[in-house]
Write a protein that binds this ligand. Structure first.
Ligand code: ADP
Ligand code: MG
Length: 451
């Protein structure tokens, strides 16, 4: 069938720079200690005609950066240049789609979509027409008078998209727009969006897509910026060499995904050899290099190790393969892999994960020996655990407030992460009988078992 030529939206020349971020830094002020630096030395630019992916882990500052680009948050330092001028607040040519849809429940689809236009003072008739176009474009024709609660998650996010598109922005910012949707719905929406983009039917010039899903980035983007954490900055930049539509099963596609896994797991060992032989070791303070730990029960870690050790993997697996086999996303898989690495039970290399001899020994042991191995591993590898244990050993009553350790962790992570990290350590320490936690008193302690 012949395609009707679409009226081309007013395009700037492909490749024109729309936005440039220069040396942006964002620090959140904290009462108790040094400020939390979320972004530091962020430099990037986005040109018309491209979909750029910003790929990074939870907490790496992606949403913060999007809010800066949207003009909602002035950076602590550095600047945002929007079409050649310094950005001083929300710009007309930039709109945003949120993970949580952010629709008004008391407004119809039509009214939700018209909102952006109202703010711009567009006359009523024009508003109707533009909103209807956007709603039709995004595949919701016929649902103009429905309310959000009558729609599925996927349809709600289509409304979110229509609302962002209706103002014909130059730059569309998308903050993990598919992550609240089920797998199938998310894939449909991705495919539709890429198709509309490839057919040049979207009234926009470029997209900045924030995601923590590697395959999604490779499926949709022309260029991928890999964001590092603590502080967030652009660590790697990759041009994606595939035409649309792309096939996840292609060997070249898989290889590209593999390469990103490898880049994202490339990182220095957490504890140096020198650190471990330091005679003053119990005074080593955990500071800038403290690792935020996810809420990761020890059973999950043990389960992963058992899967890795068993047939057919025998101790080594390709991360993307393991991720799809266990249905894990980056935000689950990487922390799991890194926790194993932190404990000295596995190593990450070239996009593979391998159990170490110590990890193998753990898996092959009975419960009591496992406890013992974890006990040594935690003391040996995690400075914060050494600090806690040293403090508890020194105290006559073998008790100490948990608050003080959270405070220490907060020197290098947000309060939420500090809380979660300590909680995770407590869970592991209980398994290893290294120390225990009295929730009511908010105190860590040693008892007969742990002493
Ligand atoms: P991402 O979107 O990559 O998950 P965010 O930008 O949401 O990351 O957050 C980055 C870090 O900044 C986190 O540690 C978060 O707790 C912290 N943070 C975000 N917003 C604020 C705020 N308003 N005040 C203090 N800390 C914040
Ligand atoms: Mg975010």
């Amino acid at each position: 069938m012949m395609q009707q030529p679409e009226p081309a939206p007013a395009q700037s020349k492909p490749g024109t720079e729309l936005v440039r971020i220069i040396n942006c830094r964002q620090a959140y002020h904290k009462e108790s200690a040094t400020d939390l630096v979320v972004l530091d030395g962020v430099n990037l630019s986005i040109r018309s005609g491209e979909i750029v992916g910003l790929l990074g882990r939870s907490g790496s500052g992606k949403s913060t950066l999007l809010r800066i680009i949207a003009g909602l948050l002035p950076p602590t330092a550095g600047e945002v240049i929007w079409k050649g001028k310094r950005l001083e607040g929300p710009a007309a040519g930039i709109s945003m789609v949120f993970q949580s849809f952010a629709l008004f429940p008391w407004l119809t689809v039509q009214k939700n979509v018209e909102l952006g236009l109202e703010a711009q003072g567009v006359p009523v008739a024009e508003r109707h027409r533009l909103a209807e176009d956007a709603i039709g474009l995004i595949g919701l024709g016929g649902y103009e008078n429905a309310y959000p609660k009558e729609l599925s998650g996927g349809m709600r996010q289509r409304v979110g998209l229509a609302r962002a598109l209706v103002v014909h922005p130059d730059l569309l910012l998308m903050d993990e727009p598919f992550s609240a949707l089920d797998v199938l719905t998310a894939e449909n929406l991705r495919t539709d969006l890429v198709e509309l983009w490839a057919e040049k039917k979207l009234p926009i010039q470029s997209i900045l897509l924030v995601t923590h899903n590697i395959e999604e980035a490779v499926l949709m983007c022309d260029r991928i910026l890999i964001f590092s954490s603590n502080p967030g900055r652009v660590a790697y930049e990759l041009q994606v060499p595939f035409e649309h539509p792309r096939n996840r099963e292609d060997a070249a596609f898989r290889q590209f995904v593999d390469r990103i896994y490898a880049l994202m797991t490339r990182r220095a060992p957490v504890v140096s050899e020198a650190d471990m032989t330091d005679p003053d070791m119990k005074h080593v303070q955990i500071t800038a290099d403290a690792v935020a730990l996810p809420a990761l029960p020890i059973n999950t870690i043990v389960g992963m190790m058992e899967t890795l050790a068993a047939d057919p993997l025998h101790g080594r697996a390709d991360l993307p393969l393991l991720a799809s086999r266990l249905q894990l996303e980056l935000d689950d898989l990487f922390p799991l892999g890194e926790s194993l690495q932190l404990l000295g039970f596995a190593e990450l290399e070239d996009g593979d994960i391998m159990l170490t001899p110590e990890g193998m020994r753990f898996v092959q042991s009975e419960h009591d020996t496992r406890k013992n191995i974890l006990w040594h591993s935690m003391l040996h590898n995690i400075p914060m655990v050494r600090t806690i244990r040293a403090v508890l050993d020194e105290r006559p009553n073998h008790r100490a407030s948990a608050e003080r350790f959270r405070d220490e962790l907060e020197d290098s992570m947000s309060p939420d992460y500090a809380r979660q990290t300590l909680q995770t350590l407590i869970g592991w320490a209980r398994y290893a009988e290294l120390f225990d936690f009295d929730e009511e008193a908010d105190q860590l302690f040693l008892d007969d078992e742990t002493e």
